[in-house]
Design a protein around this ligand. Sequence first.
Ligand SMILES: [Fe+2]
Length: 411
Amino acid sequence: MIGDTIWEFRSPRSKFGVGAFNELKFEIERIGCKKPFLITTKGWIKRGLLDRIREILGFDIPYWDGVEPEPSAESVEEGAKAFSQSDADCILAVGGGSALDTAKIVNLLATYGGTVRDYVAPPYGNGKPVPGPVKPMIAVPTTAGTGSEVTSVAVVTLKAENVKVGISSDYLRPTLALLDPELTLSVPPKITADTGMDALTHAVESYIAKPYWAREKPDDPSKRPVYVGSYPVTEALAEKAIELIGKYLRRAVYWGQTDIEARSGMLLASYLAGLSFGNSGVGLAHAASYPLGGRFKVSHGEAVGILLPAVLEYNAPANYQKAKRVGELLTGTNCPERTPEDCAKWAADEIRKLQKDIKFTPGLEAVGVVEEDLIEMAEETLKQKRLLATNPRPVDVEGVIWVYKRAMRNY
Ligand SMILES: [Fe+2]
C-alpha cells in the first residue's frame, strides 16, 4: 500500500467577536443576499430575536421556528417547504447545532427537491449525492459545541428506525460562520457542560486521529475522502481548542451568564475544534455514541463525553506522545508520571476530573446502561465505518466493549 502524500484544508469565511452579530446587515449585503430567511428555535423567537434582527437590518424577514432538539426528518422537510414558499434568497440560521444542521438540509431540499431519505446512505436511504451548490447560508451558533457552523455535515433522526444519520457534502458548508460570544451567555449550565464536552471530544479525537499518510493514496483526487486524517493544521487547531477548554469550561459552567471571557474562549474552542475534525475526522467516541442515542435519553455531547476518557486510553498505544499531550494541554502542566502508559491514564483522569468539576453525567451506568446491552451496542458501533476510518487504533467488538465497561463510571 502507498500512503497518501497530500492533504487539503477546507473552511468557510469566518467572523468572530463580541458584537459580531451587529454586523449582520453588512455581511448579508456582502454575500449579495436581498432577503434572508431565518431558521431558528421557538426559544429564540420568544427571546426577541425578530426585533433584534429588525433593528440591525431595518426590515422584517420571513422565518421558520420549528427546529427540534434532535431534528427529525419530518421537521426538516417542513422547514424546507417554508423556505421554498418564501421568496428569500439566502438562509440565516441562529441556534445550537440542531438549528444549523436543520438549516443545511433545508437548504439542500429547497434547492434540489426530494426528501431527507434521498440523501441518506443505505440501508436507511437512497444515498443520492448532493448535486451541487445550495443557496448562501450564514451560520450563527448560540452554543459552544458542535462546530456545525464550519463543517459540511448535518445530522438528522429517522424516527421510524430511531437512528441518527448524517448527510455530508462540501456544498453544505455554510458560506459564513458568524460567531458572537454574547449570544451564548444565556445557555444554562447543563447544556454548557454537555456541549463543551462535545467540543472537547471533537478536539481530542481529531488530534489523535490516524495520520493522513497512514491512509491509502487514492488513484484519483476525486476519491480522496472528506475526512483525511490528522495533519499539522488540524493538530494545531485541536491543540489550541483543548487548551482553551481546559482554561474556560469550568468558568463557563459556573458563571456563564456574565463571564464573557470564558464564553468567548469556549466559542472559539468549539469553532477551532469544528475546523479541526471537519477536516481530519473523529473516531471511536463518536462511533460508539450512536447506539446510545437511540436507546437512552442522552444528548450527543453527553454520549461522546462519557466515552471520551476510555477512548483516549484505548487509543493511546497508537501514539502515547499525543495522549500525554492532551493532558498537558488541558491542565497547562507536565505529566507527573514516568511511563507512557501512566501518562495516558493521567490524561484521561484529567478529563474525568474536569467532568466531575462541571457535574457532567458521571458514566453510562447513570444513564441506564447495563452490561447485557453492551454486545449489541458494540456490534452496532462497528457499523459506523465512516467514523471509525480515522480512529488511530483498529477497533473490534472486544475493544468497544472494553471502552463501554470502562465508561460505566468516570467518577
Ligand atoms: Fe460531536
